[in-house]
Design a protein around this ligand. Structure first.
Ligand code: KG4
Ligand code: ZN
Length: 334
């Protein structure tokens, strides 16, 4: 079954053709980084406009690279929630139009479910059940994945997501957007023990996260350095901060592993590209004798291939939509 998938939840316009949930025939992403870099972050209104301008050509390119025409496609899948509402709407309406004109099934895909599915592409032998740590710009979730379309969220952030915390630190350290990626590039080899950041805990909820206090701590640290006229120690502040975030992510993951005793653990979402997280999660899973699955770097950030992968399993479980499908800005993944 060949699915044409569309992804426009944030600032990447994506289209891909994926066969049977596992084989990527094409994957096209039109990045908006050069424009949002001017503002230091994603400007939602600009993101929607750029999606409108490029979605048609991006989808055409995905078909061309797969060597297919719409007549060869069996279904259209689209990210419908959660995300920037104006951005999601572009993809949802484009997918509805395509499905209607070619008489194809329309498959709504939840963004976090598709991040999990990026691992089905990178590791074709992977099957549920497993535990997943999903870390993106908007979410930090620990999830018990019981089956392809059955999930139990067992931990979540109470305030900011890990990606948002990375982006904020990058910004105060003067690193350009996309912050998390540049923090990783510039600071991965710094002295991660030079600065102490608070260790956030959520009372009574051992699997939950909180990153807002860490954001405040890094802002205060940098402001103090500025007020004293000191040069900002970007590399070592960034390294210490990343180490702390990764430590929290790994500690909660370890607690979840002890409680749920899974045979497999996976990471997904934009922050799963982080070099420190990938290294430390590998060590953690080795310690517990379980296998770690991680997406290839090209499938960590938002892309349509992962939407096509999850779309296949949504279709198999009977999850299709009619033309009343709407975009939803915030929605739990179950
Ligand atoms: O999944 P994603 O592409 O979009 C959302 O669904 O939010 O995740 C984007 C987040 C951003 O916060 C970005 O800074 C972060 O992922 N990110 C990273 C790295 N690459 C992307 N954070 C840390 N290290 C990286 N290498
Ligand atoms: Zn994402």
């Amino acid at each position: 079954m060949k699915i044409l998938a569309i992804e426009t939840s944030c600032d990447d316009t994506g289209a891909a053709v994926v066969e049977n949930g596992r084989t990527v025939l094409s994957n096209v992403v039109a990045s908006q980084v050069p424009e949002h870099i001017l503002y230091g972050g994603v400007v939602p209104e600009i993101a929607s406009r750029r999606h409108c301008e490029s979605i048609s050509s991006v989808a055409g390119k995905a078909l061309a690279e797969a060597g297919l025409s719409m007549e060869d496609v069996d279904a259209v899948a689209v990210t419908f929630a959660p995300g920037l509402i104006g951005a999601l709407l572009v993809g949802v309406n484009f997918a509805k139009g395509l499905a209607y004109s070619f008489g194809l099934p329309l498959i709504p895909v939840h963004h976090l479910r598709s991040h999990v599915a990026s691992n089905y592409i990178s590791s074709p032998e992977l099957e549920p059940p497993f535990l997943a740590l999903i870390v993106s710009g908007g979410h930090t979730h620990l999830v018990n994945v019981i089956d392809y379309t059955e999930y139990e969220v067992i931990g979540r952030t109470r305030d900011d997501a890990a990606g948002e915390a990375m982006d904020k630190a990058a910004r105060v350290l003067g690193l350009p957007y996309p912050g998390g990626l540049n923090l990783d590039r510039v600071c991965a080899d710094g002295d991660a023990r030079k600065y102490q950041f608070p260790y956030p805990r959520v009372d009574g909820s051992p699997l939950d996260f909180s990153f807002s206090g860490m954001k405040t701590a890094v802002i205060n640290l940098v402001h103090n350095m500025e007020q004293k006229g000191e040069e900002i120690d970007v590399e070592n502040v960034g390294a210490s901060y990343m180490r702390r975030i990764v430590q929290v992510l790994c500690d909660r993951s370890e607690k979840a592993i002890e409680l749920y005793k899974p045979q497999r653990f996976l990471i997904a979402g934009g922050v799963s590209a982080n070099s420190v997280l990938r290294r430390e999660m590998e060590a953690l899973c080795k310690k517990h004798g379980i296998r770690l699955f991680k997406p290839e770097l090209k499938y960590c950030g938002d892309n349509a291939a992962m939407v096509g992968a999850q779309g296949y399993y949504e279709y198999l479980s009977g999850n299709t939509a009619d033309l009343k499908l709407n975009a939803i800005a915030s929605m739990c993944m179950m």
